[in-house]
Design a protein around this ligand. Structure first.
Ligand code: ADP
Ligand code: MG
Length: 442
């Protein structure tokens, strides 16, 4: 069985881990293996027949759904007793494990570390701040508030702080929790009259990692609780890190005093990654999965998935699945199939798009850019287009010359030098260039 198939199972388990109660996951799903996958049937190896029944009755639909999400195909599942894996079946089945409870994960994922976090322009500051906080708990920025769009690495960074801090400060009392889980916990505590325990649990921490706090919108009781908890933690010198999909001031219905509290430390944002970073993320992920991903396929995918790294990763997992399940050649056609339905059709980053963007920016027609016209504005637009073709698409000088109306490669070289020099000399031009790059690689 190829590394690809194991990868699929790893991804299925990863997905289920985030959906099933941790104890249930460890008891029932962790001991499974993937035996084979042929003709649309996935054979899942389990330790004994008890597992067969149990999984069949309690987890089949979750398994099917996860498989479909990962592979993009409707597969059938059969359980086979392989006996080899692990442990005893649980002697008795605790009541709360009987069904897949949808608890959000509150454990740190081992994979979410600084080592596996690829740094690019869009996340450099956030990552540096996060590292600093992990090394100097309570002393660097408190609170640290990280915000950014969906799938851009907020949870990864937040958990990386936890993972790093744990190695630096053994015995650390910490808690990672999505705001939604905290809210459910608070509701339960109110219902069971255990609010004091709830308070004590959070107020005795050295490090609180609170994910997705935009969830606080309209939840006055939770806002109140967080406000007091945060005050108590800060008084005690404990570190708090928040993430959100927007900055504190843009979270509607957040109480003023909470806004100023949240913004009182350091607020950093994560911007969508540029093409180079996206390619690096794909290549790293492929390497972690032991999958030999050709760079040109990575570039092909990265040019098409621009604004969500989770989608980028999902595309890769699907590509691995398609390749190993069907044995088809790893080419752009297969990549297209992996991309299908997963991403909204985003405009791929191609030479035409770059030229259009430059033409629009400099108010000159594309035809002029490609022409021999040498007025100042047209020449600058042409040189900028050449520069962007080089830096965003990594095209050869010869190809760039060809695309821009059959220019010589020395002309291209001269243009690249000129733009680099202008960029270094003129901050306004540098920021224009940066803006164009960002827009194009989004
Ligand atoms: P968010 O919480 O912002 O929605 P996540 O932290 O869940 O996003 O990230 C989505 C996926 O993308 C995760 O699997 C994460 O590991 C990966 N990811 C995001 N940013 C990076 C990065 N810079 N380097 C490597 N992987 C990343
Ligand atoms: Mg998240």
């Amino acid at each position: 069985m190829g590394a690809g198939v194991e990868t699929i199972w790893g991804s299925v388990l990863d997905l289920l881990k985030s959906r099933v109660a941790p104890e249930a996951f460890d008891a029932w799903l962790k001991p499974t293996t993937l035996v084979e996958c042929t003709d649309g049937v996935v054979r899942v190896g389990v330790p004994n027949s008890f597992f067969c029944d149990w999984l069949q009755h309690h987890y089949l639909s979750d398994l099917l759904l996860a498989l479909k999400e990962i592979t993009g195909r409707s597969l059938r599942v059969e359980f086979v007793v392989t006996g080899q894996t692990v442990s005893e079946p649980p002697a008795k089945v605790p009541e709360q494990l009987a069904s897949p409870i949808q608890t959000p994960p509150n454990r740190l994922r081992a994979r979410y570390t600084f080592d596996t976090f690829i740094v690019g322009e869009g996340n450099r500051l956030a990552c540096a701040a996060a590292k600093n906080v992990a090394q100097n708990l309570g002393r660097a920025y408190n609170p640290l508030f990280i915000y950014g769009g969906v799938g851009l690495g907020k949870t990864h960074l937040l958990q990386a702080i936890g993972n790093a801090a744990l190695t630096i400060y053994p015995g650390l009392r910490f808690c990672y929790t999505p705001a939604e889980a905290l809210f459910l916990e608070l509701i339960q505590a109110i219902g069971k009259n255990t609010r004091v325990e709830f308070k004590n649990k959070y107020r005795g921490l050295d490090l609180l990692l609170l994910d997705d706090i935009h969830y606080l919108v309209g939840k006055e009781s939770l806002q109140e609780e967080i406000f007091y908890t945060f005050n108590a933690l800060q008084d005690a010198g404990s570190q708090v890190v928040f993430t959100s999909d927007r900055p504190p001031k843009d979270i509607p219905t957040l109480q003023e005093r909470l806004i100023s509290r949240l913004g009182s430390g350091l607020v950093v944002d994560i911007q969508p990654p540029d093409l180079e970073t996206r390619v690096a993320i794909l290549l790293q992920k492929a390497k972690l999965e032991n999958f030999d991903l050709p760079e040109e396929i990575a570039v092909y995918i990265a040019a098409r998935v621009r604004s969500n790294i989770r989608t980028l990763e999902a595309t890769l997992v699907r590509l691995i699945a398609l390749h190993s399940l069907t044995g088809r050649t790893l080419d752009t056609k297969l990549a297209d199939e992996a991309l299908k339905d997963l991403v909204l059709p985003e405009q791929p980053l191609d030479a035409q798009r770059i030229m259009n963007a430059v033409a629009e920016h400099f108010h000159v027609p594309v035809a002029d850019i490609k022409s021999p016209i040498r007025t100042k504005r047209v020449a600058l637009a042409r040189q900028t287009a050449m520069y962007l073709l080089r830096h965003l698409l990594n095209l050869s000088l010869k190809d760039i010359g060809f695309l821009i109306g059959g220019k010589d490669h020395t002309t291209v070289m001269h243009a690249l030098d000129k733009i680099t020099e202008l960029k270094n000399r003129d901050p306004a031009f540098a920021s224009t260039l940066d803006k164009l790059c960002r827009e194009l690689s989004r």
